[in-house]
Design a protein around this ligand. Sequence first.
Ligand code: DX5
Ligand code: ZN
Length: 219
Amino acid sequence: MKKIQISPSILSADFSQLGFEIKRLEDAGADMIHVDVMDGHFVPNLTIGPPVIKALRKHTNLIFDVHLMISPVHKYIKDFANAGSDIITIHPEATDNLKESINQIKNLGKKVGVSLNPDTEISVIEKELENIDLILVMSVYPGFGGQKFIPDVIKKIELLKKIKDDKNYKYDIEVDGGINFSNSKDVINAGANILVSGTTIFKENNGNIKKNIETLKEV
Ligand code: DX5
Ligand code: ZN
């Protein structure tokens, strides 16, 4: 079984001191940093862009797991790659040509992720599964932190794990949205090996990030 990794979402961090927050996450044992990019068009919220990622890059060597909730996404992939993203994850609905966008990310030397909203079937991306490094299974509808986990996605995680094992694909299975101490074990047992969390990591146990990361990893 692959090592369980935690990718804290900085959407729940203190935006007035993101550099310090990133350091805090690294010191607390985060495996990577989940950066939620929202454009107010693909999702009804607006967060940060390439200049902020560039500014944060010097504060840590941790992997920047960049979740692009923007469309049309192909116009901005290069800027996010040049700003210091390590994994660039896109939504199939945000591009006219998923295969082309995947190749664009790979040609920039970055790992490529594809994200499935709760109501997006695996069939939408089935043809690309062998070419991607990560599948980001949304367990909430994208746009905001602090939402409630949608349990139906467990079946999707199990199916993605079965396809991966049957076809010997290499993709990581990352789950994002409403992850907490009461559903993390179900998500891991279903086949996920990377958990994204914002609210639970920053708010639980009086904000003891180290304890929250360790608790989410428990199986
Ligand atoms: C939602 C984002 C998630 C979210 C996770 O659109 O993609 O990464 O910030 O936050 P919590 O853990 O609070 O649901
Ligand atoms: Zn996210």
